[in-house]
Design a protein around this ligand. Structure first.
Ligand code: PLP
Length: 386
């Protein structure tokens, strides 16, 4: 391969980048049906560009974006009914948020056992390898939610934290967090809610009349909640927020930060992109709760349509969709996934529960679903699924 260090003229570099970019699947192709990310809202792209050089690791240089960060945290606290003493950490996404939540729980409790449902996001395996904690998985019930009875029996004196999921990676399910919160409060155990996906969906669906379990700080046992802007927040990658019930808990994971303009730093990243924060703020400010309600309403309408079309061609759904995520039960999800990929369709495969997964994000259109269903039907007939 020719050396990259050749010093090419600007236009030539851009031409080369365009060739690479053509190899990517674009959200507006209509073919991405399995991603939890989406094309960022135009106002996010504009804000990202405006704040591209800002670093929240050294906020005295960038008081403007620091002020945006504070306002964004207040806005997110409002979304999840956080008490006034709560705070938020801007993180790079669900993985970093989950890591920080467990760091807090482990330091506060001085214990090592983390209880979480089967199918929890694989970021918790990173938590285990980074932090010397033991993961204890609880089975799912027939609705693919944490089995609360089993959960109650496995909490013991070594338990540092319980993790509940609001919008699971596999099927978008929401645990019975009111019951889990009650148990954790009684047993005095830290409860982290992973709402990386559901955080920007559930509050808005509830507002428009969907009956979904509560997951936020109104439940007294909830200690922290992770929510990602780069998923249903419609903003740019990388961006999420960990909301924490008590400011003091964040101090417990912070370290002294000499050389930069803060005295202590809690995030895992040192240099942090102000551009992502400005982008996430811009989308919230522009769409408002009304705009997000319209987005989730449309996504859910298309989700129901998709579920109906899948059943019409004889496919089985593991559950009726809770959020804008549809699973399809298959004998050989890997084969179907590969055949779909040959036609350019990008879905997710969930071999653990023998499904493929569609995520009906804002970029997914009815037109795309109407083209996808006959392709899927043909493949499923050919491979003996139907
Ligand atoms: N938690 C949940 C529920 C997720 O669905 C995901 C990713 O899909 C994550 C955490 C990890 O998020 P990220 O990839 O932004 O680190």
């Amino acid at each position: 391969m020719k050396s990259v260090w050749v010093g090419k003229e600007y236009n030539s570099v851009i031409r080369e980048l365009k060739r690479f970019r053509k190899m990517d699947t674009h959200f507006d192709s209509g073919k991405i049906l399995g991603s939890m990310c989406t094309r960022p809202h135009p106002v996010a792209i504009k804000a990202f560009e405006m704040f591209i050089e800002t670093n929240l690791g050294d906020p005295a240089l960038f008081p403007g974006v620091r002020e945006i960060e504070e306002r964004l945290i207040e806005a997110m606290k409002n979304l999840v009914s956080a008490p006034s003493n709560a705070t938020g950490l801007v993180v790079s996404g669900g993985t970093e948020g989950n890591i920080n939540a467990i760091r807090i729980a482990k330091i506060l409790s001085k214990k090592r056992k983390i209880i979480l449902p089967e199918g929890a996001h694989f970021s918790f395996h990173k938590v285990a390898s980074l932090m010397n904690v033991d993961l204890k998985f609880v089975k799912l019930d027939e609705n693919y939610c944490t089995d609360v009875n089993e959960l109650e029996t496995v909490i013991d004196g070594d338990t540092a934290a319980v993790v509940a999921i609001a919008g699971s990676t596999e099927l978008g399910t929401i645990d019975d967090i009111p019951s889990i919160s009650k148990i954790c409060r009684e047993k005095n155990v830290f409860l982290h809610v992973d709402a990386a996906f559901g955080g920007f969906v559930i509050p808005f669906l509830k507002d428009i009349g969907y009956r979904l379990p509560s997951f936020d700080f109104r439940l007294e046992g909830v200690c922290s909640i992770q929510i990602d802007s780069h998923k249903m927040g419609c903003s740019v990658i990388p961006m999420g927020m960990l909301l924490v019930r008590d400011k003091k808990w964040v101090n417990s994971i912070s370290v002294e930060s000499p050389y930069v303009s803060t005295s202590r730093q809690a995030t895992i990243l040192g240099t942090r992109p102000g551009a992502s924060v400005a982008a996430a703020y811009a989308v919230i400010k522009h769409l408002g709760k009304k705009g997000y309600k319209e987005i989730v309403k449309k996504c859910m309408q298309l989700t129901k349509y998709t579920a109906k079309k899948l059943e019409e061609i004889g496919l089985e759904l593991p559950i009726k969709p809770t959020l804008n995520v549809v699973g399809v039960k298959l004998k050989n999800p890997k084969k179907v996934y590969e055949e779909l990929a040959k036609l350019g369709w990008r879905v997710a495969k969930l071999e653990r529960i023998s499904c493929i997964r569609l995520v009906i994000m804002p970029h997914v259109t009815k037109n795309a679903i109407d083209k996808f269903i006959p392709d899927l039907e043909k493949i499923c007939k050919k491979t003996g699924e139907i």
